[in-house]
Design a protein around this ligand. Structure first.
Ligand SMILES: C[S@@+](CC[C@H](N)C(=O)[O-])C[C@H]1O[C@@H](n2cnc3c(N)ncnc32)[C@H](O)[C@@H]1O
Length: 202
């Protein structure tokens, strides 16, 4: 995530945490970079950031793919990734472990196990997980119902032009807009921020 998108995410997280006082949710922890931004916002508002990832990487991050980083190789399982140790180190070095609750597992399974749809328990939902159509839809359907009224939905890698990147995040962003339950707040490159104005509509 480029620095200006990071600043936009941090600003949204800070506003959401302060205005709602509720925990912030992230799908896609990876090595903890964006989690640091949510953790800082959570610390400022006296809440926590909950972040979900199976830590095995997205399709485009696998060995041989465009976004693979050899530092993420799992030493115990050749050919697999494991970003959990890097994620933990990132949080520890920044001194923000107490502001983060890390959930290690698949996004949909985690949402079902942790209570499923409804409830408005999060002040912010930040979607930056898998980019397949099925995965983006599952992230949306699993977690957006848990966003409180007044809370912010932030989606990364929203590319209206297919020449710029995959369309799955764009489709869930458009789906949210078309529900009529969200107001558009801001956009910074591929980062889109929406505010929930109506409960229970996804
Ligand atoms: C683009 S990275 C996240 C980057 C991170 N937000 C940042 O800015 O530093 C996407 C992450 O989503 C995770 N992911 C992909 N599909 C997932 C799924 N079904 N459940 C949980 N995590 C998933 C991958 O393991 C990967 O770490």
């Amino acid at each position: 995530m480029p620095p200006d998108e990071g600043r936009a995410l941090h600003g949204a997280a800070l506003a959401a945490a302060r205005e709602t006082g509720l925990p912030l949710l992230e799908i896609g922890s990876y090595c903890g970079r964006s989690t640091l931004l949510l953790a800082d916002a959570a610390r400022a508002a006296g809440t926590v950031a909950v972040t979900v990832d199976h830590h095995r990487g997205s399709e485009e991050q696998q060995p041989g793919e465009e976004y693979h980083d050899p530092a993420t190789a799992d030493p115990a399982a050749p050919g697999r990734m494991d970003t959990l140790p890097l994620f933990r180190r990132t949080l520890a070095e920044a001194g923000v472990e107490e502001y983060v609750v890390a959930v290690v597992g698949g996004s949909g399974r985690a949402a079902r196990a942790l209570g499923g749809g409804g409830g408005g328990r999060f002040g912010l939902v930040f979607i930056d997980g898998g980019h397949s159509e099925a995965q983006a839809a599952e992230d949306y359907e699993s977690w957006v119902p848990q966003l409180a009224v007044g809370g912010l939905l932030v989606i990364h890698d929203v590319f209206p032009d297919p020449a710029d990147g995959g369309r799955a995040p764009f489709r869930i962003w458009r789906r949210a807009v078309e529900t009529g339950a969200f107001a558009e707040v801001s956009e910074h490159r591929s980062l889109r921020v929406l505010r929930r104005t109506v409960p229970d509509r996804v």
